[in-house]
Design a binder for this molecule. Structure first.
Ligand code: SAM
Length: 267
């Protein structure tokens, strides 16, 4: 996280000046959230949380990383954009918050969050537990098909093993440096970062995610797929599109790189 943020310049000024890090895809799925109570699950360092707050929502960001939550609280203080931040495991927080009288209108999660969840069914039920009746879950994620290929577009794994965690020896990379431009210009910052920690994740398939929603009585109202990637360049020779987006290198099949949905809690 330190490496990621080292490339992002004066973030407090960015938010103080009304900046937002949200992309059109999540904005469209979220709709008007003015005055709504929003839970931002796996909020990382809070940049999207503050962007949601800029839209007039009352936002609570939750993340398991103490470093990320510490950064988010400082960014909120220094930018003057108000949001609550909770340092917790998302499963524990969902369970502890379930059934509270003040429930959430919207739960939101995006871009590299679901791959850290070991149990998608328990997560979906937990999300349903914090939503008001008629409340919505909005997610925008990298597509599980795209994760099956390495940076040279060679097959890393097949699509049919979602229940088995994948292991990555090199751990989470400095993808902010690898992608270049960020929301506030690019600063050189930490160079040649190497993560010594292995990581384990889950490449949940679309069928598994949707089934988990339905089993949690969350009614799918929109499901979208996109053949470009917002703010993330997973393969070599990707072509840059306007708006911090990347699309596939020339000559490779036009696979989906992102998906998103909105699902409503049944009454
Ligand atoms: C790639 S980041 C998501 C970034 C997000 N799109 C944002 O708003 O910047 C994934 C986050 O999930 C968090 N995370 C992973 N497992 C978690 C868990 N069990 N509970 C809460 N947060 C978790 C990590 O700490 C990390 O901050």
């Amino acid at each position: 996280m330190g490496a990621h943020n080292s490339h992002r310049g004066d973030q407090a000024a960015f938010f103080r000046n009304g900046g937002s890090k949200l992309f059109p895809e999540e904005l469209e799925l979220l709709g008007d959230i003015r005055g709504l109570r929003v839970a931002h699950l796996q909020c990382n360092c809070g940049q999207d949380t503050l962007s949601l707050a800029q839209l007039g929502a009352r936002v609570t960001g939750v993340d398991i990383s103490d470093e990320a939550i510490g950064f988010a609280r400082k960014l909120s203080r220094e930018s003057g954009v108000d949001a609550d931040f909770v340092h917790a495991d998302v499963y524990d927080w969902l369970q502890a918050s379930a059934g509270r009288t003040e429930r959430f209108d919207v739960a939101f999660s995006s871009y590299g969050a679901l791959c850290w969840l070991s149990d998608i069914e328990t997560w979906a039920k937990g999300v349903a537990g914090i939503l008001k009746s008629g409340g919505r879950l909005v997610v925008v994620e990298f597509h599980p098909v795209s994760a099956g290929f390495d940076e040279d577009f060679k097959l890393r794994w097949n699509y049919d093993n979602q229940r088995e965690p994948f292991e990555e020896d090199e751990g989470v990379s400095d993808y902010v440096a690898e992608t270049g431009g960020t929301f506030n210009g690019f600063e050189r910052g930490v160079e040649s970062f190497k993560n010594p920690e292995k990581s384990y994740g889950w490449n949940w398939g679309l069928g598994e995610v949707v089934t988990a929603l339905l089993e949690a009585d969350l009614r799918l109202t929109r499901l979208c797929e996109w053949t470009y990637s917002n703010g993330f360049r997973p393969y070599r020779d990707m072509r840059e599109l306007p708006g911090r987006r990347w699309t596939l290198p020339q000559g490779v099949p036009n696979i989906p790189l992102m998906y998103g949905f909105s699902a409503t809690k049944e009454g």
